[in-house]
Write a protein that binds this ligand. Sequence first.
Ligand code: SF4
Length: 471
Amino acid sequence: MKVKLILPALTEAESPFWRPIKYSLFPPLGLATLAAFLSEDDDVDLQDQHVEVLNLDDNPDLVLIQVYITNAYRAYSIADLYRRKGSYVLLGGLHVTTLPDEAAQHADTIFIGPAEDTFPQFLKDFKNKNPKKLYSSTVRTLVDIPPVRRDLIKRNRYLVPNSIVVSRGCPHHCNFCYKDSFFGNGKSFYTQRTEDALSEINQLPGRHLYFLDDHLLGDERFARSLFDGMKGMGRIFQSAATVESILKGDLIEKAAEAGLRSVFVGFETLSPANLQTSNKKQNLGKDYVKAINRLHSLGIMINGSFVYGLDDDDKDVFKRTVDWGVENSLTTATYHILTPYPGTKLYSEMENGNRIITKNWDMYDTRHVVYKSRNLTTTELETGYRWSYDEFYKWSNIIRASMHHESDKHKLKHLFYTGGWKKFEPFWNLIIKTGHLNDMLPLLEKILSQVKNPASELQTEFPLIIRKTTI
Ligand code: SF4
């Protein structure tokens, strides 16, 4: 059987703000995971429109398309095309789960929720010529799922081909997040067995890994055993964690020992009222600066994420947030305009309050305002959002933020990482065009190499002296 797996490009990937490097980071692991359930005899083609021109001239028997909100229209038109040609078309993903009736108009079968349990069932039914219109996931486990079909991934087109996901979901319930609707009919947070995760890691070439898990430290027991297993492997990795998990116990030290060198942290907002209304309990009342200092003392770089347009935000929110990020030496920052995704609690609240101003899903890219904000106009929000990027990534601010670190190595790493990421666009474009993106991995590994701040080096060497002087 001929099978085509497609990740259509997100609409924002074609906007004037498109940074090709941003969309050439991670391969479509979700599709490669489902491909593992196909038969060895199947002829499988995995295409990612972010890094290649889609070939739509073929005639596969089965087409599976992954749908996000901002690639939905594109996904539907590709689906319609293949259906006209006689292929059997499947749609799945976040947007399909939240708006199944909309997606079903463009598919022969749709998948609700994660598809690791339902896709194999579909394949059986399809073989027996009795596929259902809809498969909804209820069984949630990563035990005994076959290894991801990494052979289908065109590694040289991605900066981070060693992306890996060892859990699904997250233990929290932020009201703007898709998580609760996607994992609606069952467990919303579960992990691989540690031995399976370690075995997958072992098979990845090179040193660098990027864990795409929503919250790698979310299950403390699993994370602890994972980091114990990784210790001594010589890996360096990046991942995401919450403020709460960074402050709690010694898990973050374990992660650093295992090779954690950079972490994505959803600070979201500096306003406790905003945290409260967003149900972001894991941040509420937590000392952000303490978490940052702890990460810096371990030599871990920070990508801070922020949301603008929550009800407690006013015109000063942009400057306040950017200044805070620079003062606290965040390595990189991502800013988002609040976006009420269908299926989320936030969306229901906005809909009930008559605050949704467009249902053009292409606009739901966190760069546009799609709802009535309380204290800011659409222009203020969009202008402030763009200003934040320009301001945070000004050379003067990059240098200022770098210089706050204690060790020279940390200062230089910060400077190279942030400058390299944001200031050399033509260079990245050339590398992507010439197909050498993957060759940049050793440079990334170098920049992510270990730093110890002078205090922690002293602490290891002279623990008693330090203790005496600090008591
Ligand atoms: S912590 Fe992150 S992944 Fe978890 S619910 Fe909140 S926004 Fe979603």
